[in-house]
Write a protein that binds this ligand. Structure first.
Ligand SMILES: [Zn+2]
Length: 237
């Protein structure tokens, strides 16, 4: 048994990843060999993408630092900010959240049959911010930007993201196709009239078509409900 140890304390915002006995406490961790701080943090259950400021003995450090016996480590959460125009990729558990994000105008890649490996590869290749319920994806070394979604209910999830990822003021609703993430463009009624249900043709004049899958959208009763939902969730309360 090794007698080398560090002490470590995680900010309470990271509690969701920790065993109960380690929440809110400074605890000892014994080690041997030459693990890095990143190895330690992930072995305790916290993905590196969730880690913000790191201090060792009160001094700023990085996850690449190798542990030294006696180190006192403090870990703060990442203020995960996905940039001015966030582009997301979601794991297979988040289909409803994907629709909400598209309604709010966020560019969101999602497919219900992607493997973790495909998600990691696309996220790296396309420089996308990963949203997941699967902590394992965020532990992947190549993933730079991501967030583990705490809530399970899709409406609560969208509120959580607006708040935690500072998305207020970045919404641009009803610009993205809910089915395929393509861009919507205004289209003259006469161009799509033959594809509309009779009642829709009678009562609506404003139409949008997806550039990707050509699905047609118009502001019907569903639209009014969604608009109220977006408005209610587009600013902090
Ligand atoms: Zn589409």
């Amino acid at each position: 048994m090794s007698d080398q140890f560090v002490t470590i304390h995680f900010s309470k915002r990271l509690n969701a990843f920790l065993k109960n006995s380690r929440k809110g406490k400074r605890f000892r961790f014994f080690f041997h060999g030459g693990p890095t701080l990143g190895d330690l943090v992930e072995s305790l259950g916290v993905p590196h993408t969730e880690v913000g400021r790191v201090r060792v003995n009160q001094k700023k450090a990085t996850l690449k630092r190798h542990l030294k016996s006696g180190d006192a480590i403090d870990i703060d959460p990442n203020q995960a900010i996905p940039g001015r125009t966030p582009k997301f990729i979601l794991d297979v558990h988040l289909g409803k959240l994907a629709r909400y994000l598209r309604i709010f105008g966020f560019d969101t890649l999602y497919k219900n049959d992607w493997t973790d490996r495909q998600i990691v590869e696309l996220a790296v290749k396309l420089n996308r911010f990963v949203l997941t319920r699967d902590v394992g994806i965020l532990k992947h070394k190549r993933i730079r930007k991501g967030y583990w979604v705490r809530q399970t209910d899709p409406e609560k999830q969208i509120r959580e993201l607006m708040e935690r990822l500072s998305l207020y003021g970045k919404t641009n609703p009803f610009r993205i196709c809910l089915a395929c993430n393509g861009r919507l463009r205004r289209v003259p009624k006469e161009k799509v009239a033959d594809r509309l249900p009779l009642k829709t043709r009678q009562y609506f004049d404003r139409f949008y078509r997806c550039k990707g899958c050509h699905k047609i959208y118009w502001p019907g009763s569903h639209y009014e409900r969604m608009k109220a939902f977006v408005e209610a969730n587009s600013r902090s309360s």
